[in-house]
Each structure stands twice: as C-alpha cells, then as structure tokens.
Design a protein around this ligand. Structure first.
Ligand SMILES: *[C@@H]1O[C@H](CO)[C@@H](O)[C@H](O)[C@H]1NC(C)=O
Ligand SMILES: *[C@@H]1O[C@H](CO)[C@@H](O)[C@H](O)[C@H]1NC(C)=O
Ligand SMILES: *[C@@H]1O[C@H](CO)[C@@H](O)[C@H](O)[C@H]1NC(C)=O
Length: 328
C-alpha cells in the first residue's frame, strides 16, 4: 500500500476505499425516511453534504454521508406545493429546485402549479425565493443549468413530454424540444416522457422514462444545435449522473436496478455484492457521485421505497439514501 493510499484510508475511513476493480461493490444504507416517503432527487454540495428533495412533501433535507448513521436534517420547506423534484447547482451553495402539485397517490397533477425556485444556502438561514412560475408546464421534473454561470436552466416536463428553457433573470420560458425523444409513449401517468436532464461539456443529456437516454449539442443560450441522438434505448430510466470518465449511471426504479452506459455506449446493470440489492434499490429515483477526495467514486442513490416498482413479494417502505463505493 503506498503512503498516499494509507493516508486516504486514515482520512476517509477504511470502508470508503475497500474493494477494487476485481471485487463487486457493496451497497451501504445511510438512512431511511419514514414510510411512505418518496425521495426524488439528490445534489451534492461542494462541502460534500448531500441534499435530497422529497416528492411526497415539499421538503429539502441534508444528509452527512461521512456519518455512518446520519439523521436527515430539514433544510427548507417550500410554500404552496405538495412536493419538490429536480435540483441543480447554479453557483456554489445556490440551487434551483422545481416544485408543484402532483399526487403520488392518484397521479393527478394540478394545472399550472409548477414553478422553479431558488434555495440559497450560503448564509446561516437558507433563503428560498421564486425564480419563475411556469404555468404552461404540466410536471417539471429534472432541471439542469446550461453551464456554470449561465442565466438559463433546462427543465424536463414528463407529462407534456417537452424540454423547457427558463431565463433566470427575466423569468421568461419557452420550449426547446418537443419530439419523439421527449414524448411519453402512452399518456401520463402510465407513460413518463422527459425525466432527468443534465448538461455536460456542451452536450445536453436527458432521459425519457419510456424510451431511453438522449444527447444533443446545447448552445450557451440554452437552445439545441444539431441532431438529437439516442445514447441508449431503454425503459424505466429516471434521473442519472456521470462519472469522471463520462460513463452514465442511471436510476431505474421501475426495475429496481441501476444501469450504466459505458463510454462505448453499452448498457449494463450495475452488479453489487448484496444479496438483497433489488430490495435496497427498490424504486430508486436519482444517483449522484460524491465531490470530496474521500467519496469521488461513491455513488449515492435515492429511492422512493418502491412507489415506482416493488420487488414481487415486498411491501412499500420509506425512501432510502444509499451509498455504493465503486472503487477505482
Ligand atoms: C398546491 O398545493 C398547495 C398545498 O396543498 C396549495 O396550497 C396550493 O393552493 C396548490 N396549488 C394549486 C395550483 O393547486
Ligand atoms: C408538442 O408537440 C405535439 C405534436 O406536435 C403537440 O400536439 C403538443 O401540443 C406540443 N406540446 C406542447 C407543450 O406545446
Ligand atoms: C435505438 O433504437 C432505434 C430504433 O430501433 C435504432 O435505430 C437505434 O440504432 C437504437 N440506438 C441505440 C444506441 O441502440
């Protein structure tokens, strides 16, 4: 063991760096919310703390992934909404979050109830403010900045099956894509179209839960250039993230697995050592990598406890936050 790895083991705790390319990674449960709780999305702060959004109540929680047994801490409760969904970092410790009224019990969506809000966590007390109401949208799910410092965010509307662009300064919005790639195959809530969305290095990636993972060039003003390409054909994809090599990890909560699309475009299922992996991953909704030296290769996973897909023979549980140490 080289001294640098020895030092990291001391700093990070041995369990984070256990394993290697030849061993299958293990899933650790960090915490579980009360039943029922639908955790919808995860963002990681620059200090390494996890932020999770709840779809079953309009609340944002923070979780310390370095505590072996963390208690979720309520950061903010959003007004006039049943739930919050997508989250993206606009600048350090400032996040854009989508909120609106969707009943996870009935599938009913309140018309014109969706908006984009800002959560500013830079001061002592978190400050919430409205960025824009988007009354023409039906269900604003994933959200992404176009790039660092951009004044535009892109929003995935799973029911209308379109991608919206919102100008953070003027609150104006418009549709940047409405095509087969964004539309559900059957009407919502049986079908879900555009779901997760993330810009990376001038490309916009998005999932369509009924169809797969797509990619298109994105300009600085949030408009798309060129063709929309299919990265992978698959069903049941929710939100997703990238590792340092550009491989895509996808939540697939309908099937209780995590998918991976290699840089070569091959779709595989993440294999773990846990015998009860499908139960732990039941209804997984979002994934995110850590941002510190200790957890850059740790994939954090949020679940809705089975709301979107139960392993046969199991009952719904509260949403979980899990950690999977992938090794180098
Ligand atoms: C959304 O739900 C909240 C909380 O129940 C309620 O106060 C608000 O009026 C609802 N808005 C719409 C547009 O249905
Ligand atoms: C998307 O395009 C379809 C087909 O052209 C159209 O019927 C639908 O109204 C469009 N959606 C929105 C939100 O404009
Ligand atoms: C996805 O499916 C379409 C239609 O069957 C096919 O033309 C395309 O090659 C597939 N793309 C990938 C990346 O598998």
């Amino acid at each position: 063991m080289s001294w640098i790895i020895f030092l990291l083991l001391q700093l990070c705790g041995a369990n984070r760096l256990r394993g290697g390319p030849s061993t299958r990674p293990s899933i650790r449960q960090l915490c579980q919310f009360s039943n029922p709780t639908w955790i919808e999305n995860i963002a990681v702060r620059s200090n390494g703390q996890l932020l999770v959004t709840l779809f079953s109540s309009p609340e944002l929680y923070q979780i310390d992934p370095f505590d072996p047994n963390p208690t979720p801490e309520l950061v903010a409760r959003f007004p006039n909404a049943l739930g919050i969904l997508g989250i993206t970092e606009l600048e350090e410790d400032v996040f854009a979050i989508t909120k609106g009224n969707f009943s996870s019990e009935t599938g009913n969506v309140a018309p014109a109830s969706f908006s984009v809000w800002k959560a500013d966590l830079r001061g002592g007390t978190p400050a919430l403010s409205r960025i824009a109401d988007v009354p023409a949208a039906t269900i604003l799910n994933g959200v992404s900045t176009v790039k660092q410092g951009s004044k535009f965010v892109i929003l995935a509307d799973s029911m209308a099956g379109v991608l919206w662009r919102v100008n953070l300064e003027t609150a104006e919005y418009d549709i940047i894509l409405n095509s087969t790639a964004t539309q559900p195959t059957t009407p919502f809530p049986v079908g879900w179209g555009a779901n997760g969305v993330h810009a990376r290095d001038g490309n916009l990636f998005f999932t369509n839960s009924d169809r797969g993972l797509y990619r298109a060039r994105i300009h600085d003003d949030g408009t798309l250039g060129g063709r929309v390409e299919v990265v992978a054909n698959l069903t049941g994809a929710d939100d997703f993230t990238f590792d340092a090599r550009g491989q895509v990890y996808l939540s697939r909560g309908r099937d209780d697995v995590i998918g991976k699309v290699t840089s070569g475009g091959e779709l595989v299922t993440l294999d773990t050592a846990n015998a009860d992996a499908p139960v732990l991953l039941e209804g997984n909704t979002a994934v995110a990598f850590g941002r510190t030296t200790c957890d850059r290769r740790t994939l954090y996973v949020a679940t809705n406890g089975g709301w979107s897909g139960l392993v046969p023979g199991t009952a719904q549980v509260g949403g979980r936050v899990l950690a999977i140490d992938l090794g180098e």
